[in-house]
Design a protein around this ligand. Structure first.
Ligand SMILES: C[S@@+](CC[C@H](N)C(=O)[O-])C[C@H]1O[C@@H](n2cnc3c(N)ncnc32)[C@H](O)[C@@H]1O
Length: 359
């Protein structure tokens, strides 16, 4: 099976110009990743065979130096970047081939429930202006065309292909996981009435909150106007009511104690350590008494369990333009219901490895 879940083809997903092309791309991604991990595994086993008892950090540094200089490994890194570029190019071609239909659906979804508040004067944090994360053309912030749908479609369909369906039919597995495996399991009586999703992008993880907690007012904030414009259209298309707003999660416009629940999903690994601290402080300020914050991240990124996983993570920094991925060493996943006496938090504990200066 190439895709872990089939994609739900809602109306803002481009109808593939060549239906087999997505399948071919996903197959190429999967077989490439398998061969890449095999190579890392083999070379790392060789590099560590002589000194299995070495201090893990020293061992890692030595392994890293050894692998980085191997021609075969360098070629693999080069291909990682090229594969990612192929993904974006293919989605852009699909969008081009289906532009008129997508444009019409997008325009039709401009009216409806929920809301969108953009702030053209919002000052962008410097850390998000330095690179195009995941090599996505134009990054998150730059619209590919004025006031239109293209950036959102690119992200929506691109994420599905990148994950080979791992994020679920609607790319909403992260939101579903947090609701069903964290909140429902550990806090079955928790019924939030005001919910905020930080760094919501196109609302993949935001929509499940609107669906599972119909009594709640759900907000999603992000820096990116083009992604938010798409997010509101997509939410309406999928019959969910969400209020999207262009804001900085490190310092929002909301009043103190506005939310019962503040969440983020895979935001933390894309911002530097200093910004993560601000996000935690801000989340805490926004919580009502009895409220809760939960920040969901991938263990592979935050606490890679093996040398292979750590080498993969650290080389994603430049092969896949993930500048902040390796900027923290982790620690534990901390779950506590008494971090703030009256307000609760479940967070991944972050131990800074380096301070980012000049941000
Ligand atoms: C990996 S995407 C998040 C995906 C999304 N949470 C989901 O689950 O589908 C990271 C998002 O965080 C946003 N972002 C980065 N820094 C931010 C900040 N300081 N405030 C608000 N959004 C931010 C980016 O614009 C991008 O859309």
């Amino acid at each position: 099976m190439v895709f872990l879940y089939p994609q739900r083809q809602h109306d803002l997903i481009p109808q593939a110009r060549v239906p087999e092309a997505d399948l071919q791309l996903a197959q190429a991604i999967k077989s490439f990743r398998a061969s890449m991990f095999q190579l890392f595994q083999r070379e790392i086993a060789e590099a560590t065979a002589a000194s299995p008892e070495e201090d893990p950090n020293r061992q890692y540094r030595r392994v890293r130096r050894a692998l980085d200089t191997l021609a075969e490994v360098q070629e693999i890194h080069h291909r990682r970047g090229r594969l990612q570029d192929w993904l974006w190019t293919q989605v852009l071609q699909d969008i081009d081939a289906d532009r008129q239909r997508l444009e019409a659906i997008y325009q039709r979804s401009q009216q409806g429930t929920g809301g969108l508040a953009l702030n053209p004067d919002l000052k962008m944090p410097a850390h998000q202006l330095k690179t195009c994360i995941h090599r996505m053309p134009g990054g998150y912030l730059q619209a590919l065309e004025a006031d239109a749908f293209e950036k959102g479609v690119l992200y929506d369909h691109g994420v599905f292909l990148y994950g080979c369906g791992w994020f679920g039919p609607l790319n909403d597995e992260l939101g579903q996981t947090l609701i069903h495996h964290v909140l429902n399991q550990h806090y079955p009586n928790f019924q939030p009435r005001t919910i905020l999703d930080l760094g919501c992008a196109v609302g993949h993880s935001t929509l499940p909150y609107a669906s599972v907690y119909p009594q709640a007012k759900v907000w999603g904030i992000d820096l990116s106007a083009p992604l938010l414009r798409y997010a509101i259209a997509r939410a309406r298309l999928l019959n969910q009511t969400v209020y999207f707003s262009q804001q900085n999660a490190e310092q929002t416009d909301f009043a103190d104690r506005s939310f019962d629940l503040v969440v983020s999903h895979i935001l933390l690994h894309e911002i530097p350590a200093v910004a993560r601290k601000r996000v935690f402080t801000e989340s805490y300020r926004l919580l009502k008494p009895g409220g809760m914050m939960v920040h969901l991240e991938s263990r592979l990124f935050l606490d890679p369990p093996t040398l292979v996983a750590r080498y993969f993570r650290d080389t994603e920094v430049w092969t896949n333009s993930e500048p902040y991925l390796a900027s923290s060493k982790f620690g534990r996943c901390t779950a506590s219901n008494d971090l703030g006496k009256t307000r609760n938090a479940i967070v991944f504990e972050i131990v800074d490895e380096q301070t980012h200066r000049g941000l």
